[in-house]
Design a protein around this ligand. Structure first.
Ligand code: PMT
Length: 224
């Protein structure tokens, strides 16, 4: 492990979906299994890094050898990540964070009534954008889950959220995105498309993403 391309580096990965409570027994979530984030955490560990995995709701098992922190909501994920951000060298946001949460979380189970119920939503804080604003030396990798105009939205996220890389997946494509064991991704940097990967396992995909990150970190270190 001491010899790996990421030996001595601290890597912070988020995985899974967040849970936004409506009442004590009901919530809003999404289809993220955690597999993409877990594969990234495992790949970073194999490359010699010290890895912390902040995980929301998942339907798979996290890899061995990495430190895990379990959270529920976007607000809790932000707190867990912000606490560990200063010490991190690479931060990878593979989690599917809810963009909206119920404006009021009821403390008691909501009872049925004759009226048509309305669920009022409010925006959650964008964790990646918050990190992008306060980043100093951290290498920040965001994900973009898109269903159309993948390149345009990915580059927009990279700039707006001040990322060093954005990994885009067309989540409407067969074999890509949520839940399965495979993905099809494009890796973008500030200059545009770096690599377009074919359908491959999330494990292999994670290895490629981290290799690009490790190369870029090494050349930045050589320049300074
Ligand atoms: O977990 P799996 O089943 O393996 O599925 C993998 C995946 C499809 C979840 C993963 O590959 C992926 O695309 N993750 C990002 C999903 C997402 O929320 O994409 P987005 O385009 O909505 O968000 C863009 C980026 O901003 C992401 O890095 C996201 O983590 C981040 N974000 C979004 C909203 C928010 N409130 N805070 C954030 O940090």
């Amino acid at each position: 492990r001491g010899q790996g391309k990421l030996a001595g580096k601290r890597v912070l990965v988020t995985a899974g979906g967040t849970i936004e409570r409506i009442d004590p027994v009901r919530y809003i979530t999404n289809d993220s299994s955690g597999k993409m984030g877990f594969a990234l955490a495992e790949a970073a560990y194999r490359m010699g890094a010290d890895v912390t995995l902040v995980m929301g709701r998942t339907s798979a098992e996290p890899p061995a050898g990495v430190r895990t922190v379990k959270v529920e909501s976007a607000a809790q994920m932000l707190e867990a990540v912000a606490e560990r951000f200063d010490g991190a060298d690479i931060v990878i946001k593979a989690a599917a964070v809810a963009d909206y949460r119920p404006a009021h979380a009821h403390s008691q189970k909501i009872k049925k009534s004759g009226e048509k119920p309305v669920l009022e939503l409010e925006r959650t804080i964008d964790i990646l954008e918050t990190l992008g604003r306060s980043k100093r030396r951290q290498f920040l990798i965001g994900f973009a889950a898109e269903t159309e105009q993948v390149e345009r939205y990915a580059m927009d996220k990279l700039k707006r959220k001040n990322c060093d890389l954005v990994v885009a997946n067309d989540v409407s494509a067969e074999g890509a995105g949520f839940n399965g064991d495979t993905n099809i991704v494009q890796i973008y940097g500030p200059e545009g498309l770096i690599e377009s990967l074919p359908l491959m396992s999330k494990r292999e995909t994670a290895g490629r993403i981290l290799s690009v990150a490790a190369e870029r970190l090494a050349s930045a270190a050589a320049r300074s």
